[in-house]
Design a protein around this ligand. Structure first.
Ligand SMILES: Nc1ncnc2c1ncn2[C@@H]1O[C@H](COP(=O)(O)OP(=O)(O)OP(=O)(O)O)[C@@H](O)[C@H]1O
Length: 385
C-alpha cells in the first residue's frame, strides 16, 4: 500500500509541443492518499489512461515526477513498481486454467505453492469463481474472463496500489452493479490504494470515496461525490456530473440605477453577497457565468414578482420525478420537479436561490466561503505557455 504523488507532471505525445493542447496531461500536482478508494472520472480523450500508464510505469512522463510513499519511481520499470493494473479488456492466458491464471502473478514472484493456493481460493471465493477454477480460460464468457483479470490484480498482498482502467466495459449491465459493490467490499477488506478510471459518474460515485474529475488533461476538481454535486469547482464538473447537468447563464458586474455595482442579468439584479461582489471587483471580472443545478431551481406555484417570468417548453416524466424545460431569455434551462409537485404550463415563475447559484470566472468557481479551496487561475501553469 502506498500514497501516490504526482509532482508537476505533464505529458505530450508530440515531439515539439508548442501549445497547451499538445499536452495529453497538462502540468498537474496531485496526491492519492494511501489506502483510499479513488475514481478518475472524465470524458473520452481527457487523458485518464495516459495518467494511469504513467503511474504504472508503462509510459514515461515528459515532465515531472511520480512518487510512491514519497520516493521517486520514475526510473523503476513497471514490474518493479508493485502496481497491479486491470485493463478495459480481459488479460488472461486462454490455454491456462482459471486457477493458473490467478496464480500467475504470485508464482511469478516466487510465492510458495501452499500460499498461492490459499490466496487463489480466497480471491476466487470473493469473485464467485470457485467453481470455475479447473476450467480453461478459453471457454469462459467475457464477463468471467474479466473477473479473472480482476482477480489477477487482487491476488498479491504486496502491491502498492491497484489501478483499474474502465474494468467493467465488457461486463453485462446487470453484473456491473454487483461487481462494483464487490470491488468496494474488497477495498474495505484489504485497505489497498485503488484508483478506478471511468467515464461513468455512477460507477465513480458508487466505488470511490473521492473522485478526481479530469478535463482536457487537467484534474479540475478532487472531491467527494457530494462536493462535486453541491459545489462544482469548474463549469465542466457542473455540466458532467448530475443528470441533467448544471444550467449556466451569463451575467455582468455593472452599476445599477443607484450607481452601486451589482451582478446583473439584463435589467434583473441577481442576489449576490457583498463579499462576492468585492471579490469579483478585486479580480477585475466584469462578465461571469452563473451555474445552478436543476434540483435547486425554485419553481413557484403562482405569480411572484421577485422571480423570473419564463415560458414552459416541455416536461419530461422520468417516473419518480419530472424534468421541466423552460425558456429563459432565449435559452433552454431545466428544473427538477418532485413527484408531488404540480406540473406547470405556459408562463411560470422561477428563481435561483443565492446559496445554490454558483459564480464562475473563466470556468473556475469563485468561492468566497472557502478561499483556500478556490482554484487560483494565476497559479496554474502549462508547459507550453
Ligand atoms: N499513443 C498515443 N499517441 C498519440 N496520442 C495519444 C496516444 N495515446 C493517447 N493519445 C492522445 O492523448 C489524449 C488522451 O488520451 P487518453 O487515452 O489518455 O484519454 P482517455 O481519457 O483515457 O480516453 P478513453 O476514455 O477514450 O480511453 C487523446 O487526445 C489521445 O488521442
Amino acid at each position: 500500500m502506498a500514497s501516490i504523488t504526482l509532482n508537476a507532471l505533464a505529458h505530450t505525445y508530440t515531439d515539439n509541443p508548442t501549445k497547451p493542447e499538445d499536452y495529453a496531461i497538462r502540468e498537474m500536482s496531485h496526491v492519492w492518499e494511501q489506502g483510499g478508494a479513488f475514481a478518475l472520472l472524465g470524458p473520452s480523450g481527457c487523458g485518464k489512461s495516459t495518467l494511469l500508464n504513467i503511474i504504472s510505469g508503462l509510459l514515461e512522463p515528459s515532465h515531472g515526477e511520480v512518487l510512491f510513499d514519497g520516493k521517486r519511481v520514475n526510473e523503476l520499470k513497471p514490474e518493479e513498481r508493485n502496481i497491479a493494473q486491470v485493463f478495459q479488456f480481459p488479460v488472461v492466458y486462454d490455454t491456462m486454467t482459471v486457477f493458473d491464471n490467478l496464480a500467475f502473478p504470485l508464482r511469478n514472484i516466487g510465492v510458495p505453492e501452499y500460499k498461492v493456493k490459499s490466496k487463489v481460493y480466497e480471491v476466487a471465493e470473493i469473485l464467485e469463481l470457485s467453481d470455475q477454477l479447473k476450467r480453461k480460460a478459453k471457454g469462459l464468457s467475457a464477463d468471467q474472463k474479466q473477473k479473472v483479470s480482476m482477480g489477477r490484480g487482487l491476488v498479491r498482498d504486496d502491491v502498492s496500489a491497484i489501478l483499474f482502467d474502465e474494468p467493467l466495459t465488457v461486463i453485462d449491465p446487470q453484473l456491473k452493479w454487483k461487481l462494483r459493490r464487490k470491488l468496494k467490499q474488497i477495498h474495505e477488506q484489504f485497505n489497498i490504494t485503488m484508483v478506478y478510471v471511468t467515464h461513468d459518474q455512477l460507477e465513480a460515485s458508487t466505488f470511490a470515496d473521492k473522485i478526481a474529475v479530469m478535463y482536457n488533461g487537467k484534474i479540475v476538481q478532487f472531491g467527494t461525490p457530494r462536493e462535486l454535486f453541491e459545489k462544482p469547482a469548474h463549469t465542466f464538473v457542473g455540466y458532467f456530473i448530475g443528470s441533467p447537468g448544471m444550467n449556466f447563464f451569463e451575467a455582468e458586474l455593472k452599476a445599477k440605477d443607484d450607481q452601486k455595482e451589482a451582478l446583473m442579468f439584463g435589467e434583473h439584479e441577481i442576489a449576490t453577497s457583498d463579499a462576492m461582489l468585492a471579490r469579483l471587483k478585486a479580480m477585475g471580472a466584469s462578465k461571469v457565468t452563473l451555474g445552478i443545478r436543476p434540483e435547486f431551481v425554485h419553481v413557484w406555484d403562482g405569480k411572484n414578482n421577485d422571480a423570473f417570468s419564463v415560458e414552459v417548453d416541455y416536461v419530461e416524466d422520468l417516473g419518480t420525478y419530472k424534468i421541466l424545460s423552460f425558456l429563459f431569455h432565449g435559452q433552454i434551462m431545466k428544473a427538477r420537479l418532485s413527484e408531488d409537485q404540480k406540473v406547470p404550463s405556459g408562463q411560470i415563475y422561477v428563481s435561483f436561490p443565492e446559496q445554490w447559484t454558483k459564480v464562475y470566472v473563466d470556468d473556475y468557481l469563485v468561492d468566497v466561503d472557502d478561499q483556500a479551496n478556490t482554484v487560483d487561475k494565476n497559479k496554474e501553469t502549462d508547459h507550453a505557455n
